[in-house]
Each structure stands twice: as C-alpha cells, then as structure tokens.
Design a protein around this ligand. Sequence first.
Ligand code: FPP
Length: 250
Amino acid sequence: MTSPHPRPDIAPEFIPRHIAVVMDGNGRWAQQRGLKRTEGHKRGEAVLMDCVDACIELGGVEWLSAYAFSTENWRRSADEVRFLMGFSRDVLRNRRNELHAKNVRIRWAGRRPRLWRSVIRELEAAEELTRHNTGLTLVMCVNYGGRAEIVDGVRTLIDAASNGQVRPGDITEETLSQWLYQPDMPDVDLFLRPSGEQRTSNFLLWQSAYAEMVYQEKLWPDFTQQDLFDAVLEYAKRDRRFGGAIEHNA
Ligand code: FPP
C-alpha cells in the first residue's frame, strides 16, 4: 500500500533502526465520544497497521515494537481484560496473512503464565508463518513488562549458572541481553508515546537505556502516519551522545 502521507526526506543514518510505540489513549478516545473503551482499542488496530506501512515506506526501520498488553493490565476490569485477550487473538489471526504478504516478521515478547492459551497459539502461529521474512520485524508485546523480562532473564541465567553452563564472573551486559525475550532485538532508538503521557510504563526498560523519547499529544486512535513521520523528524534532529562528551571544533 502506498502511504497517503509523503515520506519525509531524511538521510538513512538518521532513520531509527528500532521504534518502540506505546499505543496509549484508546480508552480516553472512546470515553470522549461516549463510547465503550473497547471501541478505542478496535480503532487502534488500524492505526498500528498504518504505522507498519509507514515504517516500510520510510525504509531503514528494522524493528517496530508495540505495547499491546502489559503485565500490569491484568488490573483492569474483568470485562476489559477478557476483551483485550480475545481482541489480541483476533487481530493476530486476521492480520497475519496481510503482514506476511508485506514481508513482515512477527515476534512475540512477553510472559507465558496467565496469558490465554488461544492468544499464545495465535502469537506462535504468526511467528511461525513469518519467521523467514526479511522485512520489518514487528514485535507484539503481549503480557509484557520490562521488569518481568529482566527477572525472567535473570532466572534462566541463574539456572544456567547452577548447571555450570555460565560462570557468574563472565556475565556482562551483552550476555544478560541474550537471555531476554528477543535476544536479537537491537536497542530502541526512538521511544514514541502519544496521548500526552510522559513515562515509560515499564516498556522495554533494558533496551531503551539510550532511546530518544518523543512524546506527542494525540490519542492513539487519532495517530496518523504523519505523526510517526514527525516523530522520526524530531528524532533525526536529536544529538545522540550515548554518554560521550559534546565535541567542540575549537
Ligand atoms: C492502551 O490504551 C491500549 C491497550 C491496552 C491495547 C492496545 C492494543 C491494540 C491497539 C491491539 C493490538 C493487538 C496486538 C495483538 C498487537 P488505554 O486503554 O490505556 O487508554 P487510556 O490511557 O485512554 O485508558
């Protein structure tokens, strides 16, 4: 599909390799219109698909991670949790062929316990169908928490250490990252959160250590490809130093 918004002219070295997006504001969007919160989530599905197209159109974006259901979202009403589980299952089932046709590789990042078996089945089917694709990697973060991911990684690492597979003294940042949900996931370059909230909410904590944060006001159901392009333009203007000093010419 051709993007209805013109692609901004950005040099390849300023395109973020990994964009993480918090799809926030669905509930507020629906409530402002006197609709059920779930109507906002339904609208959010199409917005996510538009973002996939926008990343493909941009070129150079290799990973797009979307926060679909957090380990904290279980605190929502039983009705909303049930809706979000069924909805995630259906989105995966309904969209996987379309994403496959776009050469998108789908991955799942999240915790298995508590997640509906039917959701896990769809996540794994989508991963399997698209595993050899070479285009954009779309990470569906479902039952995901950044702290939970680190705890799960440390647990497996300790198991490996107690079996003698790993020596504690050999553990480095690189080795620990190999025990996270997606070991080949690169660091997040652009962390994008719409809806006026300015926090990470436990999303990709490890991978976002040096991410550029871009916050926008629009609620997710109103988010457009142009908003994504604007965020990338903002990112391209940032001076990323990764802890290094500012270089002076004098
Ligand atoms: C946050 O808005 C949004 C969600 C909890 C769900 C978003 C999920 C999708 C758009 C579907 C994607 C599906 C997959 C499988 C990737 P909110 O309810 O927190 O909004 P609020 O802050 O206004 O209450």
